[in-house]
Every structure is written in structure tokens, then in C-alpha cells.
Design a protein around this ligand. Structure first.
Ligand SMILES: *Cc1c(COP(=O)(O)O)cnc(C)c1O
Length: 374
């Protein structure tokens, strides 16, 4: 059994993907080909925002947001303690201070109560300027953007939606990657929508921001590539990746999202009452980057993982370490409030095999091993 079965996906889409790749090789339009522009339009329409600027990976997408907003030393950026390293790394990279915020035990996403308490504390301390919040759509579930937006408005924060895992999810029909002042995603192969290497995208409704992002993406270009008006990056999405993504986006919309939600329903029905299953709040729709259960304690979790492994079932611990305990942040980050939920989750979470091609019998096998073991 595969944790995320990309081989099977390729077999399903082989004809179209092969043709897409061959077309790029034949035309040799490897950089900035028409496929990149077409994909950006498709993605913007799907997400329901005005602008999509593709780039080299999901971390660059976040970095470009920091650059577009001019986030700098002395700024506080609020980041969930339970997420992939990138979400905070880009803040330190900009010279600003990541301030970690605890998450909700049900949704794994940033706790809006903790966020407001933490922001208040930073304001009271008066050392840093509260600038932005990075709201991560962890494991495919959009963060609670209605509540986040209220807090952001109250304290004058920009909202950066890190939708690296959230692409395809929605809240009451409004799509993930449309909630931030800037939103980003990643096309790393194992993400909900992945390419065949690294890739990413930035989304915004703001015309000026979009223009800035396009400039930042290519060495801070002005009127053209050899007119440089700011310090930028070289962070483009390859034409070949755009061509592959167009094919995969169609499958993603047509059936993959529905299939993966079907697999989640099956897992939850079979595991309810045995382990803590993921909670999807009313009106929310997840794209299931991960299906993550919670066990009673670390020992139970580690033993279950070993039992699954023995039966040939891969599982993963996302994430084993809170952001605030990462050595890399020793110098640059600030921890204010309680981060107890994150500390607990790092010991108790386990992500199970999950992808759109998971069969009923795969789910039954995983559930069978879990039931027998516990
Ligand atoms: C994967 C991921 C990223 C980074 O994306 P890359 O394309 O690997 O750079 C950022 N944030 C989160 C939450 C992620 O899961």
C-alpha cells in the first residue's frame, strides 16, 4: 500500500500527461511558455480570485508575499505552532519575528482565541509591530477565516493564507487560496494538487500586489527583464510543470476531490469511537492533504505505527516537533502564550494512507489493523 499513490495516478492520466510533456519538449518553450499563462488563468478562475502568479515552490510563494508587503525586522508575524517549517521560516528569512500561536485540537488549525490573546500581548509589550498572520490550511482543511479576518481587521493585520495543503478545500463554497490578502499554494508532488517536481503559486485580488509579485518573481523587473527596479528572485514555474498541472487540475476537479472525500468518510465511519478522527466543521470542505487521527498518548501512537508498518501499511507523523522547539528559531522567534495543544498533538497524531485512488479494501485493511491493535 502507498501512503499517497502517485504511480497509480500517473497510470490513469498517462496519455494526457505524456502528450503534455512531449508538446513542451517539441516546442522547447521551457520557460514562460503559453501553458504557464493558461494555467494561471485556470487556477485563478477555479479559486475565484483575480490574479494567480505561479512560482518555483510553495516556500517561494510565501517569501514573495513577505517581500510584496515589505515585512522586515521589528515586525511580528503570527504563525501556528503546528505546521510545516516553511510557514515560519519565511518570516525569519524576511528578518521579522515569527510569534507562534497554539492550534485547535479538533481542526489542527490556528486557534483564534490564542491568536487574539497573543496579538494583544505583543501590542502590550510594545517591542514588535504586529503586521500579519500566516493562517495555514493544515491537512487540507481551510483555517477559520471568518474569525481570523475579524481579528485581523481589529488589529490591522494582513492575512497570508498558506494553502500549500489546502488547495481544493472550501468554506461554504468559497475556495481555499481565496481567503488571504495574499494566498499561496504548493505543487510539491504529494500535495493535494502536485506536479512532477517543485512548483507553487500566489493568489490575490489586488492589482498592485499582483504586479509587485510578477516583478519579484523575475529579478524585480520593471518594464522588462533587463530593467530592474527592486531586488527580487528567480522563481518561475517551468512550462513542463504547468502543462502537467493543467492535466492534473482537470482530474482533480472532475473526480479526485470527490474520491478522496469518499475515502475520508469511510475512514471516519469505521474509526469513530476507536480513535479521535478528524473534525470537519459545518460548512467546511477539506481536500485531505492528510487524514490524521489522534491517539491517547505517544506510546500508543508509536506502537500503532509499528503495528501498521509490520502489516506493510505506511503512516507518518505530521508533525513530530512544534515550531517553537525548532532549533532554527532559537534566535529569531518569540513564544508568548501557551502552546500545550501543539505539544500534545506532536505526541499523539498519526496520518494514514490517503489519496484519491485508495480502494475500499485498502481502507478496510488499515482500519482492521488499527482495530485489532487497539
Ligand atoms: C509543503 C508546505 C509548504 C512549502 O511548500 P514547498 O513547495 O515544499 O516549498 C509550506 N507550507 C506548508 C503548510 C506546507 O505543507
Amino acid at each position: 500500500m502507498q501512503f499517497r499513490d502517485l504511480k497509480q495516478q500517473y497510470q490513469m492520466l498517462k496519455n494526457d500527461i505524456d502528450n503534455a510533456m512531449i508538446e513542451v519538449a517539441t516546442n522547447c518553450n521551457f520557460i514562460n511558455g503559453q501553458q504557464v499563462k493558461d494555467l494561471e488563468q485556470e487556477l485563478a478562475e477555479y479559486v475565484g480570485v483575480k490574479h494567480c502568479v505561479t512560482c518555483a515552490n510553495g516556500t517561494d510563494a510565501l517569501t514573495m508575499a513577505m517581500m510584496a508587503w515589505g515585512i522586515k525586522a521589528g515586525d511580528a508575524v503570527f504563525v501556528p505552532d503546528f505546521t510545516f517549517f516553511s510557514s515560519g521560516e519565511i518570516v525569519s528569512h524576511a528578518g521579522a519575528t515569527p510569534v507562534f500561536v497554539d492550534v485547535n485540537m479538533d481542526t489542527f488549525n490556528i486557534s483564534t482565541e490564542s491568536l487574539e490573546l497573543t496579538v494583544k500581548q505583543v501590542v502590550a509589550d510594545g517591542k514588535l509591530v504586529p503586521k500579519a498572520v500566516v493562517a495555514v490550511d493544515l491537512f487540507g482543511l481551510p483555517a477559520d477565516f471568518n474569525a481570523i479576518r475579524k481579528i485581523a481587521n481589529k488589529y490591522g493585520l494582513l492575512v497570508l493564507e498558506d494553502g500549500a495543503q489546502g488547495f481544493g478545500g472550501n468554506i461554504d463554497g468559497k475556495m481555499a487560496c481565496s481567503f488571504g490578502d495574499i494566498s499561496t499554494t504548493s505543487f510539491f508532488p504529494a500535495k493535494p494538487l502536485g506536479c512532477y517536481g517543485d512548483g507553487g503559486a500566489v493568489f490575490t485580488d489586488d492589482d498592485n500586489t499582483a504586479q509587485l509579485l510578477e516583478s519579484i518573481r523575475v529579478h524585480g523587473k520593471g518594464k522588462m527583464k533587463y530593467d530592474n527596479v527592486r531586488i527580487g528572485l528567480n522563481s518561475r514555474l517551468d512550462t513542463i510543470q504547468a502543462a502537467i498541472l493543467s492535466v492534473k487540475l482537470k482530474a482533480f476537479r472532475d473526480y479526485e476531490l470527490a474520491n478522496i472525500n469518499n475515502a475520508a468518510v469511510q475512514y471516519t465511519a469505521a474509526l469513530a469511537g476507536i480513535v479521535k478522527t478528524p473534525v470537519i466543521p459545518e460548512g467546511f470542505y477539506s481536500s485531505w492533504a492528510q487524514y490524521t487521527i489522534q491517539l491517547a498518548n505517544k506510546e500508543t501512537r508509536d506502537n500503532l505505527q509499528a503495528a501498521l508498518k509490520q502489516q506493510g501499511i505506511p503512516s507518518m507523523v505530521y508533525y513530530p516537533k512544534p515550531m517553537h522547539l525548532q532549533e532554527a528559531f532559537n534566535e529569531s522567534a518569540v513564544t508568548i502564550g501557551m502552546l500545550d495543544n501543539t505539544v500534545k498533538l506532536c505526541d499523539t497524531v498519526l496520518s494514514l494512507p490517503m489519496h484519491p485512488y485508495l480502494k475500499d479494501k485498502d481502507v478496510e485493511k488499515v482500519v482492521g489493523v488499527i482495530k485489532k491493535h487497539l
